[in-house]
Design a binder for this molecule. Structure first.
Ligand SMILES: Cc1cc2nc3c(=O)[nH]c(=O)nc-3n(C[C@H](O)[C@H](O)[C@H](O)COP(=O)(O)OP(=O)(O)OC[C@H]3O[C@@H](n4cnc5c(N)ncnc54)[C@H](O)[C@@H]3O)c2cc1C
Length: 509
């Protein structure tokens, strides 16, 4: 069999955005043959990935306002035109299917939607996925009708990629565990963020662990939680532990808050994180306040290093986020930090993108005001406990899992007094060198792709290549600094959409 021109592994928004651009290019300048593309996706659902399809709840919202979801003015206008045209149908469907959470969301947001106040609307995410999918389907119809490309879809997990003469051999495992392989001239890795490090407990324990809220799907996991708590007779033992206070954990709290029958079951919901805080809510106000005292001082003194620059930026950010993430404040501090980075050498710039940028981002993780209502309700019900410390381990006991942790401030090793029936793992991705993804592990340990400074992304050149004709798009690009790609994280749809046309140029010259 002839090798495919292109194989894309993973079919989330990174793949969808890339294919949209590949199709646009083929329509503009057709290849000298029918371009053969194969997409291999391990989930049964194509084109929507983890955030925008059925693995997320339909009530899950965009992390940023819809205005910032599409940072390109052109893309934003296209999206908003489409949304306005389909608004009645989209929102009716949402109202009918989203339960109490949707009803409350509509009450809070109808006025802003009518006023087209897009900086203050956090849309249900699946709407963004639906839009991208429709865009893709329209272009696919055109390229197929014109005979420009053929698209094959395979539902399988890719486990390995190996160079073979002039092509790559892509090995994959079907859902029935059959192992197969195909050849491809070019391969794109679009597998999303690397998996989190699993918390494994002995099989016979009586604590339920959810290592990935989106696997198989959030709603199924909430059902699991409901069952586990309903089977616990003593209400005082119905405790839930959430490890990590990232975007997923605040999303989880928001979804629970819309389900009174579930929140009623919970005795305490403890969120443990180093900061002891949930992501800050975003405030879009401008200010005349001075915000960069520490960076100003550094500039005045001169002779600074990457370490002292990052230290000053951290101090200014910590002051600015006291009452929530005030977007213009943060943009100003980051902008000024970048300005001060410019006189430093290339190694410092690489370290900033590879290591320090992410440290700064972790200081101002954002969430919309809607999500704040979820944690607010649990707080009002006196069920929410924010615990400041690092998770060490869970030990199984007859009454549930026992949390062992280290306090952030005093580095004391402690055991939490209450036991947990349910543990939800919302920690970040593990380093690629230890990844539980067979594909990532094999790529790293067979020397096919190198890990960049961040530990969470693959090194690539400005043509997105981790190796000749082996490309990366999406979160695994984070931590690269070259002429084209210079982001410390790419868990961001807008950046992915921004990069997709450049990748398409490399795929269809
Ligand atoms: C829950 C959640 C919410 C988010 N919300 C936002 C938001 O509101 N705004 C924003 O800008 N960003 C958001 N993000 C960040 C997100 O990373 C990007 O927006 C974007 O979705 C990444 O797309 P992707 O296609 O790279 O990854 P994914 O959506 O993760 O898609 C990757 C796909 O690859 C498949 N896959 C993985 N490994 C293999 C394999 N070995 N073989 C075959 N298939 C494989 C997976 O099943 C998946 O479908 C969110 C992320 C998450 C996880």
């Amino acid at each position: 069999m002839e090798p495919a021109d292109l194989v894309i592994i993973g079919s989330g928004i990174a793949c969808t955005s890339t294919l949209i651009e590949v199709f646009n290019r083929l329509i503009e300048r057709p290849a000298d043959h029918k371009f053969s593309i194969t997409v291999i996706e391990k989930n049964r659902e194509f084109w929507l990935g983890v955030p925008y399809g059925s693995r997320s709840s339909i009530n899950a919202l965009t992390i940023t306002s819809i205005y910032d979801f599409f940072t390109s003015k052109h893309e934003r206008t296209l999206f908003l035109d489409w949304f306005n045209q389909n608004k009645i149908e989209l929102l009716d469907w949402y109202q009918q299917n989203g339960g109490t959470t949707a009803e409350q969301w509509l009450q809070r947001n109808t006025e802003a939607i009518e006023a087209e106040d897009w900086k203050n609307v956090y849309l249900p995410r699946y709407i963004c996925g639906k839009y991208q999918q429709q865009k893709l389907n329209t272009l696919l119809r055109i390229v197929e009708e014109k005979g420009l490309a053929e698209l094959t879809l395979i539902n399988a997990e890719v486990t390995d990629i190996h160079p073979k003469e002039n092509d790559y051999a892509v090995s994959y495992e079907l859902t029935d565990k059959t192992n197969l392989s195909l050849s491809a001239a070019k391969v794109v890795i679009a597998t999303g963020s690397a998996p989190v490090r699993n918390i494994d407990l002995p099989a016979d324990n009586n604590t339920v662990v959810i290592n990935n809220l989106y696997d198989p799907a959030t709603e199924e996991n909430i059902q699991k939680l409901t069952t586990a708590l309903s089977f616990t007779k003593n209400h005082d033992e119905r405790n839930v532990l959430v490890i990590g206070s990232n975007a997923s954990s605040i999303e989880f709290l928001y979804l629970l808050a819309g389900l009174p029958q579930v929140t009623e079951l919970i005795n305490k919901l403890v969120v443990i994180s180093k900061s002891g805080l949930l992501p800050y809510h975003i405030i879009n106000e401008s200010t005349s306040e001075h915000l960069t005292d520490n960076l100003d001082e550094l500039k005045k003194e001169g002779n600074y290093t990457i370490e002292t620059l990052v230290d000053a930026a951290k101090k200014d950010i910590s002051i600015a986020v006291k009452d929530g993430v005030i977007v213009p404040h943060i943009d100003k501090i980051i902008g000024f930090t970048f300005e001060l980075l410019q006189p430093l050498d290339e190694d410092a710039k690489k370290a900033f993108i590879g290591i320090y940028g992410m440290q700064l981002s972790n200081l101002f993780r954002r969430s919309g005001t809607d999500y704040k209502t979820g944690s607010g309700l649990l707080h009002e019900l006196e069920k929410l406990v924010l615990l400041k410390g690092s998770f060490d381990k869970i030990e199984c006991t007859d009454n549930g899992g026992e949390l062992h942790y280290t306090t952030t401030d005093s580095q004391q090793k402690l055991t939490y007094p209450e036991k947990f029936k349910m543990v939800v793992n919302c920690t970040g991705s593990e380093d690629l060198s230890q990844s539980s993804s067979k594909l990532i592990y094999n790529l790293v340990h067979n020397g096919i792709a190198a890990v960049n400074l961040s530990g969470k992304g693959f090194w690539v050149n400005e043509y997105f290549e981790a190796a000749p004709n082996l490309y990366v798009i999406g979160p695994l690009l984070g931590g690269n600094k070259n002429e084209r790609i210079h982001f410390w994280h790419l868990e961001n749809a807008s950046r992915i959409m921004y990069l997709a046309p450049y990748l398409a140029e490399c795929l269809v010259p």
